[in-house]
Write a protein that binds this ligand. Structure first.
Ligand SMILES: *Cc1c(COP(=O)(O)O)cnc(C)c1O
Length: 361
């Protein structure tokens, strides 16, 4: 294979080419330090500058209010499934909205720590839509309400932040992080594993309102699992994922140069519309999600014939369109259209799908 492929992976996913080129150019000597980021002390001035500008750029991009901490942690999204209850479940009760595999997993993990109420679920509809979130039966003693705003596997997005009746909202935004503007002040806590839309695996960004960073966590919560440990030390309690933070920082600068999250939303809407409009008019392929809940980031689709789906995946791979196979739990195909996936990649995919439909329709 010469050159780069069109990579539609759900994660780890495509990174912007200018970012990869800059990282390559700085590999042996980053910022005049005479060493790579991977070789730097995390307590050095050089790395401190990388960490500080990553945080400042993220705050600017997302409009993060001053009363929120930004933490760069490890352990991926899945570790947050435990950290959220360990830190926030003071009454040992929480309400979960289950709209796909990731929120379902998170609710199961929270059960290790206390009472979990599923206050809305679309599992009965195979997660092909977002459940009705109007007038949620929020429990009076719930410590927080949890949701996954973009379900990566099923390709749904919660467009309207529900009324949580005064309870803090904890949200997994891993697969829509930085894809469009969000009003951070509506949330108590947001988290995202970087490898979907912001950087390499190994760094997880947590944005948490300061009143939720507390001493009185569940008994037995390890030091490393307390948000306070990391908030008090500016993510430098122990060695942070330095390389991941550096790449995320380069991605944040790339996003700023492109006009920030409003510009990203426009780009992402254009890319997704191209594919969804084709799915709506195709006689062979169809989308799996109710229209108003469709994700801009993850687009699952099927032919309805398993053998034909397999043929599509095999032939698309050979044509340089990679990672279009759907998640093993859903089958079919899925195209992830994260920020770094260019419009041209979707045009190429469309041309391939049209050709495949002519030959197999
Ligand atoms: C990928 C993903 C996760 C899991 O992230 P890890 O970093 O692999 O633990 C959690 N939530 C969502 C929405 C995801 O897309």
């Amino acid at each position: 294979m010469e050159g780069r492929v069109y990579n539609f992976s759900a994660g780890p996913a495509m990174l912007p080419e200018p970012v990869l080129k800059q990282a390559a150019a700085e590999m042996l000597n980053c910022g005049g330090s005479g060493m790579s980021v991977m070789e730097m002390s995390h307590r050095s001035k050089d790395f401190e500058a990388i960490l500080d500008s990553a945080e400042a750029d993220l705050r600017e991009l997302m409009g993060i209010p001053q009363n929120y901490h930004v933490l760069f942690l490890q352990g991926g999204g899945c570790t947050q499934f435990a950290m959220v209850p360990m830190n926030l479940m003071r009454n040992r009760t929480a309400d979960y909205i289950v709209s796909g595999q990731w929120s379902k997993k998170a609710s199961a993990e929270a059960r290790l720590f206390g009472q979990v109420n599923i206050i809305a679920s679309s599992e009965g509809e195979n997660f092909s839509r977002v459940p009705d979130l109007s007038n949620l039966p929020v429990s009076p003693d719930a410590d927080y309400v949890y949701l996954c705003q973009n379900e990566t596997i099923h390709g749904t997005t919660i467009r309207q932040i529900p009324d949580t009746k005064g309870k803090p909202l904890a949200a997994d935004i891993s697969s829509m992080f930085l894809s469009e503007p969000l009003d951070v002040s509506r949330y108590g806590l947001l988290f995202a594993g970087a490898q979907k839309n912001a950087g390499p695996a190994g760094v997880t960004v947590v944005i948490i309102r300061d009143d939720l960073v507390r001493e009185d966590v569940l008994p037995g919560t390890p030091t490393m699992m307390r948000y306070k440990t990391h908030a008090d030390t500016h993510s430098l309690y122990n060695t942070p994922p330095c390389w991941g933070i550096y790449i995320c920082g380069l991605v944040f600068k790339w996003l700023k140069e492109l006009g920030g999250l409003t510009a990203m939303r426009e780009r992402n809407e254009k890319k997704a519309a191209l594919l969804y409009q084709f799915l709506d008019r195709s006689g062979l392929f169809h989308g799996t999600v109710r229209k108003q809940d469709r994700s801009l980031m993850n687009v699952p689709f099927l032919t309805g014939d398993k053998a034909l789906d397999d043929k599509f995946v095999a032939e698309s791979e050979a044509a340089g369109l990679r990672n279009l196979k759907g998640h093993r739990s859903v089958g079919g195909m899925r195209a992830s259209l994260y920020n770094a996936v260019p419009y041209e990649a979707v045009e190429k995919l469309l041309a391939f799908m049209e050709k495949f439909e002519k030959e197999n329709g």
